[in-house]
Design a protein around this ligand. Structure first.
Ligand code: XLS
Ligand code: NI
Ligand code: NI
Length: 443
């Protein structure tokens, strides 16, 4: 282990901040990790995280062909030794890219054994290795999760599988995933639906499947409590893919699910940009829906392609989209124990280790710039003031009575008949606001 930290797996040096004028493609232009804003460094504000599954397990394979991305450390016959060297490379990358956090699924970091006992043993070895790396580098775990979708046993779902045997297996796997997330000091634990959904209603009892999913969540909560796991539980909604209908469709349906089954106090949402757009929403919409209920947890930072209808998991460099999202996040008071996790992957022909740097530099810079622009927008106050003014009639008088539950249909009818008459129309001023936004983005 001590040796491994000195072997350099990447030729690219640590990425430095050079400022907006820099044209060095391997430097940060907006993300200055050491910059202090309101008593906290930008590194602490942004809480960037690297997704192990994409950046260290992604090979570029797609349904039309095998992987194209071959890393030099992916060599050797013993998968456990390879997993350790891969992890050495990963922690080197985390440090060089100035990411304070990482995220993983159990099966990304450790190969699955022939039995659950064997899988757990292997996982323990790799987790011990990760723990040493975390200690040596100061990189922390944003969240852990379990892969309940790759193994063929989960082809019809995990917690929503029609076979109780599979439910039991998934429970055992999540029990272990919670233990290792706790062992590594994970600040959150994520439930993304995997294959929790259906392909056809012809073979599906939707009601029972949703009840089983809720039962699973309750069991996970009970166990977390039992072992003293303090991390925040997060649901990551996605409307489709891999199944044609995923039960955690979007934030709104997630809230309904949590409320229906008495889980709402224990969960927040991990919102992924590409999942929002697949559901026919904007990224900002999903943030607003979660924030309105005090359930904004964390972000899976990526983007889809507007011309493609699946989860392309691209790095997001769209400053306008991110600035709008950041305005909503800042208004909600930030992400708390959450962060911005780059759940994004290189395109299939981007095969150089250096491409991993370009990808993350672009994403980090875009988010950091968006953060700064959003702060400026909020400090300037014009946008917020416009919205506040638009609702001002609810701040006093009968408007206030409506909000506080004092008004009745009769009292409102009387007001209209005797005093108010016809309401005066007022412009929504969308075009003015779009222009105003551009003055911040390009001003
Ligand atoms: C897949 C999801 C997945 C989760 C973690 O679409 O985004 O990567 O973030 O299970
Ligand atoms: Ni995700
Ligand atoms: Ni995704």
């Amino acid at each position: 282990m001590a040796k491994a930290t000195f072997i350099h797996h990447f030729r690219t040096p640590r990425i430095a901040y050079e400022g907006p004028r820099s044209r060095n493609p391997l430097a940060f232009r907006h993300y200055n990790p050491a910059e202090v804003i309101e008593g906290r460094t930008l590194k602490e504000h942004m809480r960037f995280s690297i997704a192990y599954w994409h950046s260290f397990r992604g090979t570029g394979a797609d349904p039309f062909g095998p992987g194209t991305i071959i890393r030099p450390w992916e060599q050797g016959k013993d998968p456990v030794s390879v997993a350790k060297v891969r992890m050495d490379a990963a922690f080197e990358f985390f440090q060089k890219i100035e990411a304070p956090f990482w995220c993983f699924h159990d099966r990304d970091i450790a190969p699955e054994g022939r039995t659950l006992t064997e899988s757990n043993k292997i996982l323990d070895q790799i987790v011990a290795h990760a723990k040493q790396h975390q200690k040596a580098t100061g990189v922390k775990l944003l969240w852990g999760t379990a892969n309940l979708f790759s193994n063929p046993r989960y082809m019809c779902g995990a917690a929503t599988n029609p076979d109780a045997h599979v439910f039991a297996y998934a429970a055992a796997q999540v029990k272990k995933a919670l233990e290792v997330t706790q062992e590594l000091g994970g600040e959150n634990y994520v439930f993304w639906g995997g294959r929790e959904g259906y392909e056809t209603l012809l073979n599906t009892n939707l009601k029972r499947e949703q009840e089983h999913l809720a039962a699973f969540m309750h069991l996970a909560l009970d166990y977390a409590k039992r072992i003293g796991f303090k991390g925040q539980f997060l649901i990551e909604p996605k409307p489709k893919e891999p199944t044609k209908h995923q039960y955690d469709f979007d934030v709104a349906s997630g809230i309904a699910f949590l409320r229906t089954f008495g889980l709402e106090k224990h969960f927040k949402f991990n919102i992924e940009t590409n999942h929002a757009t697949l559901a026919g929403h904007s990224f900002q919409h999903e943030i607003e829906v979660a924030a309105a209920q005090g359930m904004l947890g964390s972000i899976d930072a990526n983007s889809g392609d507007p011309l493609l209808g699946w989860d392309t998991d691209q790095f997001n460099t769209d400053v306008k989209e991110l600035t709008l999202a950041m305005v909503s996040i800042l208004r909600a008071g930030g992400l708390g124990t959450g962060g911005f996790n780059f759940d994004a992957k290189l395109r299939r022909p981007s095969i150089d280790p250096e491409d991993l740097f370009h990808a993350h530099i672009g994403g980090m810079d875009a988010y950091a710039l968006a953060f700064k622009l959003a702060r400026r927008i909020r400090a300037d106050g014009k946008l917020e003031q416009f919205v506040a003014d638009r609702y001002a009639s609810f701040d006093a008088g009968y408007g206030r009575d409506i909000e506080t539950g004092k008004a009745t249909f009769q009292s409102l009818e009387k007001l209209v008949l005797t005093k108010l008459g016809e309401p005066a129309p007022r412009s929504g001023k969308q075009e003015y606001l779009e222009n105003l936004l551009n003055t911040y983005l390009h001003g």
